[in-house]
Design a protein around this ligand. Structure first.
Ligand code: UD1
Length: 417
């Protein structure tokens, strides 16, 4: 079984380049199903989740070709089946994003219930409610969702919660629908804007992405395009926390600082110095770490995907920190693992209360989900002794070359079979 072995590493220094965003490329790849012509996409991160999405597109009939080191050409001129296989959908929740494109393009889509990180119940009711509003007949039977519609018709849809995935699925479904769809209380994440920019570059008509109200005027067909994915703000944020937690000084390249404002604000509040440039951020650790109160919220609030990494960092804080998780109901699985390393933390409902100044020591721990895995690496970098992390496949789903990148900053970390 593959493991990551991490040893205490201080003063990490150097430059690191962030890859294209995982959470952007997955919906963008799904959106290539909307177009019969070729889509060329650049800055594709080398991740397990991207490979799964590419395999899924191929199963559905698209041709996917690698161009150079980090570009892909996708051509979905011929969709051969509208049924997305269980084997792939069960591996990754984001694969459910093919439902919207298949439904609007083929008027029939059969997609198994999604899998992915076990961070809560993660229902898909908002996606399905939206598809129904657009005029489709949706049935959930024996583990799969079957939606059919002679044609999709634009409507006003209010999302009870600004779900990222539901907003993306509905934008895609509405792209080739008849008339105008308005999504109210839409998610405002930068990845939604990237998806809308991608679809608009193919001739789609989407305005308001990045705000709570998104208007999509249906078009008959889309044309070929070329697009570069935005940088991954969570990968960037993770390396920023690595720098702050290890007493380091790191320049993070290929970032959009405006996407990282809540993370920057919390790091500054903790005592770290953050310098923002056009597409770079330099982070220098402070002499001490101040305790923080963090509440995860939909964008532009503090991202749930950064919560676990901050928990590892705040083990060094002077005083009590509180992390309140409002997005997912079961996203404290890393607490158990970090407790094995000596973290003094208590979970009460949706809040984790960290005593702070709890020196960590190396232990055998397992990555329970993607971001929890990254957080354990951070915990391992600040813990005395050696930390052994298993179930590293979670980490590979979202961080490309994480070992090499951390080693280049001077971290003592390696894979072991
Ligand atoms: C996306 C991100 C994930 C991030 C999350 C929140 C991708 C591939 N993944 O996940 O990294 O942690 O946004 O920022 O982009 N919900 C419902 N009904 C639905 C849909 C969602 O109740 O139909 C709930 C979920 O259970 C969860 C909350 O809404 O509690 C947020 O989910 P959502 O925004 O949809 O996250 P994902 O798109 O799954």
């Amino acid at each position: 079984m593959e493991k990551i072995i991490v040893k205490k590493s201080t003063g990490l220094k150097g430059n690191i380049r962030v890859d294209g965003s995982k959470n952007s490329i997955l919906p963008i790849l799904a959106a290539t199903l909307l177009c019969k012509e070729e889509c060329i996409i650049h800055d594709i991160p080398d991740l397990q989740d991207v490979k799964i999405m590419c395999r899924l597109l191929e199963e559905l009939g698209a041709k996917v070709e690698k161009l150079g080191t980090d570009s892909l050409k996708v051509r979905a001129d011929n969709i051969k089946t509208c049924e997305a296989p269980y084997e792939l959908i069960s591996k990754m929740r984001a694969s459910f994003l093919v439902m919207g494109p298949l439904l609007t393009r083929c008027h029939d889509a059969k997609v198994y219930m999604p899998g992915g990180c076990a961070i809560g119940a993660r229902p898909i009711d908002l996606h399905l409610k939206g598809f129904k509003y657009l005029g489709s007949d949706v049935k959930s039977e024996s583990g799969y969702v079957h939606a059919t519609a002679e044609k999709l018709i634009g409507r006003d849809i209010y999302l009870d919660f600004p779900s990222v995935g539901a907003t993306e699925n509905l934008i895609m479904a509405a792209t080739l629908a008849e008339g105008e769809t308005v999504i109210e209380n839409a998610a405002e994440e930068p990845e939604i804007v990237d998806l809308a920019n991608f679809i608009n570059s193919m001739g789609g008509n989407i305005i308001g992405a990045g705000t709570k109200t998104i208007r999509i005027k249906g078009v008959e067909k889309l044309h070929k395009t070329e697009h570069t994915v935005i940088p991954d703000r969570i990968e960037a944020g993770t390396y920023m926390v690595v720098a702050a937690a290890t007493g380091g000084d790191v320049m993070i390249e290929n970032v959009v600082p405006s996407h990282l404002q809540p993370v920057i604000a919390k790091l500054r509040e903790s005592g770290a110095a953050v310098e923002e440039y056009d597409d770079k951020i330099r982070i220098k650790a402070g002499d001490t770490v101040k305790a923080l109160d963090i509440k995860t919220l939909p964008y532009p609030g503090f991202p749930t995907d950064m919560q676990a990494q901050f928990m590892a960092f705040l083990s060094k804080a002077e005083g009590t920190s509180i992390i309140n998780e409002t997005i997912f109901e079961n996203r404290f699985m890393h607490v158990n693992e970090m407790s094995k390393m000596g973290l003094s933390v208590k979970v009460e409902g949706s809040s984790a209360i960290l005593k702070g100044s709890s020196p960590l020591s190396g232990a055998k721990v397992k990555a329970t989900d993607l971001r929890a895995g990254a957080a354990l690496i951070i915990a391992g970098l600040i813990a005395e002794g050696e930390t052994e992390i298993t179930e590293v496949y979670h980490i590979k789903r979202g961080y490309s070359n994480i070992i090499e990148k951390l080693k280049s900053l001077g971290a003592n970390i390696r894979y072991e079979k």
